[in-house]
Design a protein around this ligand. Structure first.
Ligand code: GLC
Length: 723
């Protein structure tokens, strides 16, 4: 993080010497305006609290004029004139929505991740926002958990790179610049491992899982200079993260070197009472401050509880001043003292907004994953002239936003119907929803089926509504909701009778359990929630204007009973694939996923060959070069993504079956070939020994390269580590 200017450090110390206790606690308080609701609405505060220095930070305030007015009250009407930090959940765009993080992860492209964050920061800053509660870095291997959509998917390796890219994008190279905003890495830590995928449930993972999977993305955010971190609502092995001194002051600050601000999650300080570790707001506030929480979001526990906690000797004034110092230092780094009105001072040009929407369309198309494509059903023939568009997500513009839509206008989203009509102006597009997203009414199916009788192809738009994933949206049955399966099966039968293709497009915030659909549809795509340009992006892929390149960043289970299912599993002593009765398996289900991590088809046909590993014997200071030849044997130009995995053959700690070490991409015209080169520094092959300390063991390592984590698809080489 950029160091504090000496004059700012002096200003802060002088301020602390002048501030009353209430003014100090005001700087440690963030209250919610009501322009959007992201948790239980807490009342009892007002603009006058800003005037009296009792509120020093706001969230959920939308609009440059509103932000400017609140800033004016703070700066011009309060005793010390301390500027506000104004935060919002700009998770995947502000007014212009990009795909949510899980969908963006499907690009496997850190440059794109940084670019969308930069654009989101510009747009949010133009509205007076100075902090976003993003990136969300919770690794998740459980599609039942609704917040899987907000994070990097199942891989810590992806999480680390998403963290670096997003922090860079949001904060830019100058945090004080008008278009830069403070990033908040959340939710520290292991929130993605909630019990049974149930929202806010307890988390109890091993120290090894914590250090191998859940901490690394946050370590990457810290090393990238993230301005703030938000602890998770959840308890970790019984200790609520909001009061977890060992993880916050120990692991995060001392071991990872985090010097920024810790902002609690929404009302989380007060909820220490519900956790059962605090009798009242006084104890809750004392526990949170002692653990290192600097800003109390919304609960008012710091304002109400800390004065009493101070009297009772539960906290010290020095602890309060330490937090005030960090908050004022962040405001100084944001340039809020120099010019509190810098953000929101000027509206963006129409050209800037138009350029942002073009980027949104491109990123959305690249996030779409082509899961199946039988007999080349896709891309649709460009001279198609009768197309049936069926399903509750076909004309559902607002649903395309996904669960964290920030300030995006629902009317500004492009539906699939609009996109398809624009892409195929000569064609007759017959549209029917058939059924609702949820609900038991099947009366619309008959009319939808009649459209199949007129059409040359059917596009089914199915899946979840925007609020069926995200926060407080865990699902015990993560499959198609409502009567969508009944609709789809009826359409598949009707269309099948006429031998016309059925293309199924899933809009979802998680892998859905749809083996029957994967088996029967002519083609199946995961479009996730494509954002404001959804309809154009989907049409671009279906018509071949864009060639699908997305790869799923999370394994798609075949059954809920397989969860958690992920590629970094360990072998166990009776491996799944040993084939005998006494092996790790189910008697009623396969152990194979529906789709492996990294799976995604293209409109090309790629063949990988000739894997070269040089040197084949390497020492710790070496960087190994891995090359593989790629040929496009198809008829269309396309981009192939190549994954580099390793598998240590023996280690003092049972090694994962696969570990992701790199990703390469190559775009090839039909009939051409190229070479993908991946570089692997040997030191990246360190692992955590039995003592959980990093170690580089000598020995043999398999090098595996291929289009996904499906082992059968991987070319294998060997590397010997000599130390
Ligand atoms: C919510 C979420 C958190 C968000 C915060 C502010 O409850 O848990 O991710 O940033 O409150 O909206």
């Amino acid at each position: 993080m950029r160091t504090l200017k000496p004059q700012d450090a002096r200003r802060i110390e002088a301020l602390i010497g002048r501030m009353t206790l209430t003014e100090k606690l005001g700087q440690l308080t963030m209250m919610a305006a009501s322009h959007t609701v992201t948790g239980p609405v807490i009342t009892g505060h007002s603009v006058d609290d800003i005037r009296r220095g009792r509120i020093g930070n706001l969230l959920n305030l939308i609009g440059a004029a509103a932000a400017r007015e609140m800033q004016r009250v703070a700066v011009e009407e309060s005793r010390l004139g301390l500027p506000l930090m104004i935060g919002l959940d700009v998770i995947h765009g502000h007014r212009t929505l990009f795909p949510p993080p899980l969908a963006e992860a499907a690009l496997f492209d850190p440059q794109a991740w940084a670019l969308t964050a930069r654009e989101a920061a510009r747009e949010a800053a133009a509205d007076g926002i100075s902090m976003t509660f993003a990136p969300m870095l919770d690794v998740s291997r459980d599609p039942r958990w609704g917040r899987t959509i907000e994070g990097p998917g199942e891989s810590a390796w992806v999480g680390e790179r998403l963290a670096q890219a997003k922090v860079r994008g949001f904060q830019g190279t100058d945090l004080a610049a008008a278009e830069s905003i403070a990033a908040v890495a959340k939710h520290f830590c292991a929130y993605g491992a909630v019990t049974a995928g149930r929202e806010y449930a307890s988390v109890d993972v091993s120290d090894r899982a914590l250090l191998e999977v859940h901490v690394p993305p946050f370590a990457a955010a810290v090393s990238s200079g993230v301005a703030a971190v938000m602890p998770a609502f959840t308890d970790l092995a019984g200790i609520p993260m909001t009061a977890h001194g060992a993880m916050l002051r120990g692991r995060l600050r001392r071991q990872l070197g985090f010097e920024g601000v810790l902002v609690s999650d929404y009302n989380a300080v007060a909820e220490l009472i519900q956790h059962g570790v605090a009798a009242d707001l006084v104890e809750a506030a004392a526990l949170a401050l002692a653990a290192g929480i600097d800003i109390d979001m919304v609960s008012g526990a710091y304002l109400q509880g800390l004065p009493v906690a101070l009297e009772r000797g539960l906290v010290t004034l020095a602890q309060i001043d330490e937090s005030v110092r960090r908050v004022l230092a962040l405001k100084a780094r944001l340039g809020l003292f120099e010019d509190p009105y810098r953000r929101g001072a000027s509206a963006e040009s129409a050209a800037a907004v138009a350029g942002r929407r073009r980027l949104a369309r491109d990123v959305a198309a690249r996030s779409i994953v082509l899961l199946t494509n039988r007999e080349g059903a896709l891309p649709l023939s460009t001279d198609i002239h009768r197309l049936a568009l069926i399903g509750p997500l076909a004309d559902a513009a607002a649903e395309m936003r996904g669960p964290w839509w920030s300030a995006a206008d629902p009317e500004a989203q492009i539906s699939v119907l609009t996109g398809i009509r624009a892409a195929l102006p000569q064609a007759q597009i017959f549209h029917a929803s058939g059924v609702e997203i949820v609900g038991a009414d099947e009366s619309g199916i008959a009319a939808a089926l009649e459209l199949c009788d007129e059409a040359q192809a059917v596009v089914l738009c199915l899946g979840e509504g925007a609020t069926m994933s995200g926060e407080a949206a865990s699902r015990a049955h993560p499959q198609l909701p409502g009567r969508q399966q009944e609709l789809a099966e009826a359409v598949l039968r009707r269309a099948g009778a006429r031998s016309i293709p059925v293309i199924a497009v899933l809009f979802c915030g998680r892998p859905l359990i749809v083996p029957w659909l994967a088996e029967r549809a002519s083609a199946l795509l995961a479009a996730w929630f494509p954002g404001c340009e959804a309809g154009h992006a989907v049409a671009d892929i279906l018509t071949g204007r864009a060639s699908p390149s997305g790869r799923t960043p999370i394994t798609w289970p075949r059954a809920v009973g397989q969860i958690p299912l992920y590629f970094e599993q360990r072998s166990g002593g009776r491996p799944t694939d040993s084939g005998n009765t006494f092996s790790s398996r189910y008697i009623d289900e396969s152990t194979e996923p529906l789709f492996h991590f990294g799976h995604g088809l293209t409109y090309g046909h790629f063949n990988l060959s000739c894997l070269r590993v040089t040197p084949e014997s390497a020492n710790p200071s070496d960087t190994v070069q891995i090359r593989v030849d790629v040929e496009n044997q198809g008829e269309r130009r396309a981009q192939e993504t190549v994954f580099l995995f390793t598998h240590r053959l023996k280690s003092r700690v049972a090694p994962p079956l696969l570990e992701l070490r790199g990703v390469g991409k190559i775009t090839l015209d039909p009939g051409t070939r190229g070479t993908v080169t991946l570089l692997l520094p040997v030191m990246e092959l360190q692992s955590l020994g039995p003592d959980l300390e990093p170690t580089l063991e000598p020995g043999a390592i398999e090098i595996l390269v291929g289009p996904s984590a499906a082992r059968a698809s991987l070319l294998t080489g060997r590397l010997e580590i000599v130390t």
